[in-house]
Design a binder for this molecule. Structure first.
Ligand SMILES: CC(C)(COP(=O)(O)OP(=O)(O)OC[C@H]1O[C@@H](n2cnc3c(N)ncnc32)[C@H](O)[C@@H]1OP(=O)(O)O)[C@@H](O)C(=O)NCCC(=O)NCCS
Length: 220
């Protein structure tokens, strides 16, 4: 299915869903531990909100481990392991200055904060490790970098996943502006593992939970 671009001017200005996150109706019987973050997705065919005229931004995928090592200052062997694990490193340049960067994983999802490493299904991508350098924050670079990565990889992938810690509303705003759909909020379960309190029921909640090995707890 072809992606639909938005037509209305207000489309580039989403707000956080439901104000404070997913509904927890019907969860009285389920004990939840602390929040483990918010979870979002973009699927082929999803609407792409119009973004306001961009600063002139060029996004490049670093071609190999040597370039990754040079850009990040990592040891070459760490950069090689990163590439072998299926990661691609993207850098956004503004007038030749590197202003933001982030990674796209094609083979496995690894989230240190959740102590989680799992294989990714084919044609899925996990986007992670995004930073906009401080002087350049608030100019809409992050959503444009996300969009550029989706555009670069959508021939080979149809589902993109991304998350952030619940308190990181800044990241959430950028992810929504890029056109991602909130899937739900993750919680550590006192019984072990992760639970996903879905924002909307259905395939995205099921797929989003399965990617993380989480249990779908309820829908809002
Ligand atoms: C999250 C981050 C990547 C966003 O990058 P960005 O290019 O500034 O993204 P945006 O320009 O779309 O701004 C996103 C939100 O940041 C906030 N913001 C605006 N100006 C800002 C500034 N000068 N400094 C910090 N945050 C600002 C706003 O809430 C903005 O949303 P709004 O424009 O709808 O009000 C960046 O803040 C960052 O690198 N943070 C530290 C690392 C991090 O949290 N990474 C994400 C991990 S999931």
């Amino acid at each position: 299915m072809a992606d639909r671009d938005s037509e209305s001017p207000g489309d580039g200005d989403p707000t956080m869903p439901g104000g404070a996150g997913p509904s927890r109706r019907g969860l009285d019987a389920v004990a939840l531990g602390p929040s483990a973050g918010m979870w979002y997705t973009w699927w082929a065919g999803d609407r792409l909100p119009r973004l306001a005229p961009p600063p002139r931004l060029e996004v490049l995928r670093l071609p190999d481990a040597a370039h990754v090592a040079e850009f990040t200052d990592w040891h070459l062997k760490d950069a090689q392991a990163y590439v072998r694990a299926g990661n691609a490193f993207y850098v956004a340049y503004l007038g030749g200055i590197a202003v933001a960067y982030g990674s796209s994983a094609a083979k496995r999802i690894a989230i240190g904060e959740l102590d989680l490493v799992r294989p990714l299904p084919p044609r899925n991508r996990y986007l992670w490790g995004f930073v906009t350098e401080s002087p350049w924050r608030g100019h809409g670079i992050y959503p444009r970098l996300l969009r550029a990565i989706v555009a670069a990889e959508r021939r080979d992938a149809e589902r993109f996943w991304i998350g952030h810690e619940s308190a990181n509303l800044t990241s959430g705003r950028g992810i929504l502006k890029a056109g991602f759909t909130p899937v739900g909020e993750l919680f550590f379960l006192p019984t072990g593992g992760l639970g996903l309190v879905a924002i909307a029921p259905g395939a995205r909640a099921e797929a989003g939970a399965a990617i993380l090995g989480a249990r779908v707890l309820a829908s809002g």
